[in-house]
Design a protein. Sequence first.
Length: 93
Amino acid sequence: MAKIITYDLCKPETSQDYKTLIAEIQKFDRWCRVIESCWVINTSLTCAQVRDYLRQFIDGNDKLFVAALTGETAWTKVKCKEDYLKVSLGKPG
């Protein structure tokens, strides 16, 4: 099932390191970076399981949101190729 992940790393700007969190998100079989801090993944894990897994790669003051995408979707000018987004959502290409 498709999940949306969004985050805000609240460390001082000079020390922000998104690389580790991004690398972990990219370990899911199907993923797509929709906009800068927003991703869509396709996984059988629950939202809580995804949150708990990714929590280890952020600091205590960082923000993380995970939700299931169960209904209609629409987009324009996304960061990834639309075909990648369709695959991540589990929709036919």
